[in-house]
Design a protein around this ligand. Structure first.
Ligand code: SF4
Ligand code: SF4
Length: 346
């Protein structure tokens, strides 16, 4: 028998905090794997694995992995260190980057130097050299697919936040013009003026995300030294005025040495201004390990128990402030591949 609901969430947490999925050449995938240029999987080739109403995006490897995907008579199953782990899993397609979303990374080169960030370290050939015009065309082409449900844009900051926002405004305006009012559009920029938030809303975006990254001031200074934590809180508070409660979100990264109390204090501070935070497990890989350990020292791996414990607390806090992850139709709360998402997973 498949494990109960609680165990299934714990299995998702195990998947989120462990290594790659091995894929032998004998296994045939129903869809081509996708290569991410943003998010925790940036730079890796991954597949979306769904089970019991949950889904997770995992890096795949032909050589080695803590998990292995096997083809069975019923479809697919997963093992963990050669032991049965999930008896039945489904492989879900991504549209662009995420299931059911045309989610594009507008720029990958960045003027900032956040130590955990892998997006800006990717080779040009991986980042696909997209222009705003190409992105609009790809979104409109993908809108013909039956699994198309939403549009989302993220970006690094090339030259200045204003120039990046201009590109997002252009894409959102063109997509709105072509697809009408019904399609949800989420934007995830780094802004440096209130006016940029207003422009994105006026262009037709429905949901807004700007990442806090960590509520621990000391860690923030070490990993995002060029950004301004106080300003991010101010910008998010304004975004709630413009986009509405339950339509603004932010990431708090878990695993950079912060305490549970601090992460939850960040959750509360964001909830108090109407922002629904994601508690995002840090993913350390060859692209970011050196820069992270240089400023933070040796990092402790995140345990799945911690993720589950924090997600439960997160849910309680959201309930207290009458917020939910279910009010989002775009970006990470809706996708659910990289976090334990309260109300969806737990
Ligand atoms: S602002 Fe920081 S996290 Fe965002 S792309 Fe630039 S370096 Fe990466
Ligand atoms: S949860 Fe967010 S970062 Fe992860 S795959 Fe989905 S959209 Fe991308």
């Amino acid at each position: 028998m498949e494990a109960g609901l609680k165990d299934i969430a714990a299995k998702k947490a195990k998947l989120l905090t462990s290594g790659a999925v091995k894929l032998s050449s004998k296994v045939r995938l129903p869809f081509a794997p996708s290569r991410s240029t943003a998010g925790p999987g940036a730079g890796t080739v991954g597949i979306v694995i769904a089970f019991g109403g949950h889904r997770v995006k995992k890096a795949i490897s032909m050589e080695k992995g803590e998990f292995e995907l096997l083809e069975t008579e019923k479809g697919y199953s997963l093992t963990y260190h050669d032991q049965p782990f999930l008896e039945t899993v489904e492989i879900q397609p991504t549209l662009f980057h995420a299931p059911e979303q045309a989610f594009f990374n507008v720029e990958t080169e960045c003027i900032y130097d956040c130590k955990f960030c892998t997006s800006r370290k990717l080779e040009k050939k991986i980042t696909k050299d997209l222009t705003p015009e190409k992105i609009v065309k790809m979104i409109l082409d993908s809108s013909k697919r039956p699994d198309f449900k939403a549009v989302a844009l993220t970006s690094a900051v090339v030259k200045s936040p204003g120039i990046t926002v201009d590109k997002m405004v252009y894409i959102v305006t063109e997509v709105r013009k072509a697809l009408g009012q019904d399609i949800p559009i989420g934007v995830e920029p780094y802004v440096d003026s209130i006016e940029q938030i207003d422009r994105l809303k006026q262009a037709g975006a429905n949901e807004f995300k700007m990442n806090l990254e960590t509520f621990d001031q000391d860690i923030f200074r070490k990993v995002c030294g060029e950004l301004d934590l106080e300003w991010i809180m101010k910008a998010l508070a304004h975004a709630v005025q413009v986009f509405g409660k339950g339509k603004v979100c932010s990431n708090i990264i878990i695993g950079m040495g912060e305490s549970d109390e601090n992460a939850l204090a960040g959750m509360k501070a964001l909830s108090a201004i109407g922002v629904v935070a994601t508690l995002r497990p840090l993913r350390v890989n060859d692209l970011n390990r050196h820069s992270l350990e240089e400023v933070l020292g040796k990092l402790e791996p995140i345990r799945e128990e911690r993720l589950i414990r924090l997600a439960k607390e997160q849910k309680r806090i959201l309930e207290k402030y009458q917020l939910s992850t279910l009010t989002f139709q775009t970006m990470c709360h809706s996708c659910g591949c990289c976090d334990i998402v309260p109300f969806r997973d737990i």
